[in-house]
Design a protein around this ligand. Structure first.
Ligand code: NAP
Ligand code: MG
Length: 493
């Protein structure tokens, strides 16, 4: 271990046992199978994790159904809010421990886990704690003498949450907090690369007062556990965040039981800089837009469109800034670029650099792996220039720290290029002309548009995709609609 790593070495983290979390307790997986979860910065195994099976999904759904009929189902809306708030407090009290485990499992800088990921999870819990007793139906006039009609917003039942590895605790809590606030119970399958914080969270939530069975966590294979959840007749809804490919499979499979689905899928988000924008701010926004979170961010600003008159100037500044971003030990507090999540993810991302070169793109900076004490899946932040929007590197989601830069001449051309994508998750616009900003924001096919900023999220603001980036929304009041059914009641005389 180098001095730099040694200086940053933390106390031993508290890891979950190699068990599933079902009905408020640790449970052996049927068949007793486990798998190892790895620290991508050191290539060392962190610990063994239980591997769930379809039979375990049955047990978890039974526990979740029992909680719906009893414990959580009988908790008043106000008490649901109180419990979620207590869970948030409990997580906040252990924020350093959760941040450490998130960084070990995912490879992201401890700075991000400690100051963004876990706090964002806590914020979602508090936001939905506030909603729990404010979810209600309407009354409205209807035809007929003395006929009275009203709506109820009821929980859907058992919700299946399936999450990816890039923001493990955030993605889990966006779903869990909203689903529980609405009175549902949850069976959660975390990603196999990063199952640890979800398991720890389930135990913490129960200790903080969440009734047994309201939240069950089953790590395990994508189709063995995730597929069994999607096919399960007693799961009312699947909330999925992950790749468009798996989202398509889930949507087809969900048709068999007419399951409700929310799909938060991939992206190839455009970040458009006009010549009348604040160029220094745009450089920073372009840099954070693609390199924050190692570029393993669904909404990453991975296509940079720059008005030709400022293109070279902006690229020069951006490249200079990018070359100062050194991948390093994720546990070091000053590190801002960690390790990609796995060896295969780094191979995929590096493969795209070669694809780009073969298509005629130039590597303006980066394009190689990075050595951090001889271990781990690090790569240098990369910018490709000489790119045409039709190239694979401009159309396919790379999901790593690789930016493609494309010049444009007219605002209409920028919008047309930005929308020429199967995806529509997010977009950025940089201009000082407020009229242009609003017009372009209206024209972009994206679920979120950032004007003169990038990568801003808030528990109160809905997030989700247009086109093949999915449908349904997380966060805000929008998510409440996706975790409740509307029942209309007519009362005669
Ligand atoms: P993924 O391969 O689609 O996996 C996502 C989750 O689905 C994992 O828990 C995975 O389990 C599970 N899964 C795999 N196959 C399944 C199946 N047949 N049925 C049910 N579940 C299945 O995606 P990923 O590689 O983890 O994450 C990266 C992708 O997520 C990117 O495309 C990114 O854009 C997207 N993403 C989108 C958002 C958003 O909000 N729109 C946010 C973050 C990430 P295993 O881990 O066991 O394979
Ligand atoms: Mg891991």
């Amino acid at each position: 271990m180098s001095e730099k790593r040694a200086a940053a070495a933390p106390h031993a983290p508290k890891l979950p046992p190699a068990k599933l979390f079902i009905g408020g307790q640790w449970a052996e997986p049927e068949g007793g199978k486990t798998f190892a979860t790895e620290n991508p910065a050191t290539e060392a195994t962190i610990c063994e994790v239980a591997s769930g099976s379809p039979a375990d999904v049955d047990r978890a759904v039974e526990a979740a159904q029992a909680a719906l009929d009893g414990g959580w189902g009988e908790t008043s809306a106000r008490d649901r809010g109180r419990i979620l708030w207590n869970v948030a407090d409990a997580l906040e009290a252990r924020i350093d421990e959760f941040a450490l485990v998130e960084t070990l499992d995912n490879g992201k800088p401890i700075f991000e886990s400690r100051y963004v990921d876990v706090p964002a999870g806590i914020a979602a819990l508090r936001y939905y704690a506030g909603w729990a007793d404010k979810i209600h139906g309407d009354t409205f006039p209807v035809e007929g003498p003395f006929v009275f009609a009203y709506t109820l917003r009821e929980p859907m039942g058992v919700v299946g949450a399936i999450t990816p590895w890039n923001f493990p605790i955030i993605q889990a809590l966006w779903k869990i907090a909203a689903a529980l606030a609405c009175g549902n119970t949850v069976v959660h399958k975390p990603a196999s690369y990063t199952p640890l914080t979800a398991l720890k969270f389930a135990e913490l939530a129960c200790e903080a007062g969440l009734p047994a069975g309201a939240l069950n966590v089953l790590p395990g294979g994508g189709s063995a556990v995730g597929g069994a959840m999607v096919g399960h007749p007693d799961i009312a809804k699947i909330s999925f965040t992950g790749s468009t490919e798996v989202g398509q499979t889930i949507m087809k499979q969900a048709a068999d039981t007419v399951k409700r689905v929310t799909l938060e899928l991939g992206g190839k988000s455009p970040n458009i800089v006009f010549a009348d924008g604040d160029i220094e701010a745009a450089v920073k926004g372009a840099y954070n837009g693609i390199f924050y979170g190692k570029g393993e961010v669904c909404a990453a600003g991975s296509r940079l469109f720059v008005e030709r008159s400022v293109h070279d100037q902006l690229l020069e500044k951006l490249i200079d800034r990018t070359e100062r971003l050194q991948p390093g030990d994720p546990l070091h507090p000053k590190t801002r670029m960690g390790a990609l999540v796995s060896s295969s993810q780094r191979d995929t991302v590096m493969g795209y650099v070669d694809i780009g070169k073969n298509e005629g793109a130039e590597v303006a900076t980066g394009g190689t792996t990075a050595d951090v004490d001889g271990k781990g899946y690090f790569m240098r932040p990369t910018i490709l220039t000489g790119v045409d929007n039709s190239m694979r590197v401009a159309q396919e989601e790379i999901f790593g720290p690789v930016l493609v830069a494309i010049p444009f001449d007219e605002p209409e051309e920028a919008v047309q290029l930005a929308n020429a994508s199967i995806y529509g998750l997010a977009a950025g616009v940089w201009t000082r002309d407020v009229g242009k900003a609003h017009k372009v924001a209206a024209q972009l096919q994206a679920g979120t548009v950032w004007i003169n900023q990038y990568n801003w999220y808030d528990s109160g603001a809905p997030f989700g995709g247009y086109k093949q980036s999915g449908f349904g929304r997380e966060l805000g009041r929008a998510a409440i609609e996706h975790y409740t059914e509307t029942k209309t009641v007519f009362v005669g005389t």
